[in-house]
Every structure is written in structure tokens, then in C-alpha cells.
Design a binder for this molecule. Structure first.
Ligand SMILES: [Zn+2]
Length: 201
């Protein structure tokens, strides 16, 4: 049986790097199992974030070991297991450069929940995705043509290109690569002492 990591190319895990947040919408899950866990490569290089539930599975399968615990326990009928905060893969994995799943969630993460036209930062629910070149004009659904956008800018832009609408992108949209991921992992780990030592070097 092959075990897939969230970052594998062609992954069916659409949420990619940030599966814990996606998992949060699943009913019936214990909250502690959704806590984000930092995943290190065998070389201690941070490569991913996953939900505690998935981290536990990786540890139980012998694919990874717990480096830091988060202080919570998973209680079953007979045993209590300590939930990890940081795990490390036991075998080194080569990480392909552009491997994040193209998803609404990952685009909002890449754009840090800010409208790429007016720079307003909004909760995910108040942002939409804008096709820079509209779909009706041949624009594709790709990393390079999708950006986070507030509803006001989306309405204003309508069916026009940014130039036609007199609007300017804050920055060129790019694929979500390991560099982007590392930046976001640092943002997530900034206030977490157990993550910090692996993220800031
Ligand atoms: Zn806007």
C-alpha cells in the first residue's frame, strides 16, 4: 500500500498544504485532531503542514516520528495517545518544485487573503476568485490567472481584463511553490515555540 503525502503531484488531496482547515468542516471530528502539525523531512527541513489526525496516522504507520507533542491526548477505549505538534519523516523525500494542488483555499493562502486589486484583507468567506483574463475570453483556471478578489473589485472588473477595467494587480500571480509554502509555514509558526526552532534558521 502506498502512502501519499499531501504535497504529491497530482494529489487527490485538493486542500494540499492546508488540509487541517479543510478538515475542520468535516462534522464529528475532535478538535484536537484538526490542530495543524508541522511536517519535517528526514533532514529536518520543514516541508508541509497537516492535521494532527493525519500526522498520527503517519507516526502509527512508522513513516514518521513525533519530534514535538502538542500537549493533547487522543483517548480511545483503552489507550491515550499523545498528539504531535511536529513530526519528522523517517525517509528523505525529494519534494517537487511546483506541487501544490490548485484550489480556492491554496489561492487564498498564496494571496494571504488579500484582494489582489485593492489590498483589503478579508476572511475567506468574503473573498472570491477572479480570473485575471476572464474565462469567457479564454482565460484559464491556472495559478497564473486566478487571484483572490473582494466582491466590490470583482463587480467593478466584471468581464474585462485588468487593463480595460483600469485596475492593477498588486503582484504577478505565480504558482504556489515550496518557497511560498515555507513563507506561510513561518507565518503559521511565528507564535508557536515548538515550530519556531524548525522554521527560523
Ligand atoms: Zn478589492
Amino acid at each position: 500500500m502506498s502512502l501519499r503525502m499531501d504535497h504529491d503531484a497530482g494529489s487527490r488531496h485538493a486542500a494540499g498544504l492546508f488540509s487541517p482547515a479543510a478538515a475542520a468542516h468535516r462534522p464529528g471530528d475532535g478538535h484536537a485532531l484538526l490542530a495543524p502539525v508541522l511536517v519535517l523531512n528526514a533532514s529536518y527541513e520543514p516541508i508541509n503542514v497537516c492535521a494532527a489526525r493525519r500526522a498520527l496516522v503517519l507516526v502509527l504507520k512508522g513513516v514518521a516520528m513525533t519530534e514535538e507533542e502538542n500537549g493533547h491526548f487522543l483517548h480511545s477505549a483503552r489507550v491515550a495517545m499523545r498528539l504531535p505538534s511536529v513530526i519528522r519523516l523517517l525517509e528523505y523525500r525529494r519534494i517537487p518544485h511546483q506541487s501544490r494542488a490548485l484550489s480556492r483555499k491554496n489561492i487564498l493562502l498564496r494571496d494571504r487573503n488579500s484582494c489582489q486589486y485593492c489590498a483589503t484583507v478579508l476572511p475567506s468567506g468574503e473573498l472570491t476568485l477572479d480570473h485575471v483574463i476572464p474565462r469567457s475570453r479564454g482565460g484559464s483556471s491556472t495559478w497564473e490567472n486566478l487571484v483572490a478578489c473582494c466582491h466590490a473589485c470583482n463587480r467593478r472588473k466584471g468581464n474585462q481584463s485588468p487593463v480595460e477595467a483600469g485596475m492593477k494587480l498588486m503582484r504577478e500571480p505565480r504558482a504556489f511553490n515550496l518557497h511560498t509554502s515555507r513563507h506561510i509555514m513561518r507565518l503559521m509558526g511565528r507564535s508557536d515555540d515548538k515550530w519556531r526552532k524548525y522554521l527560523f534558521y
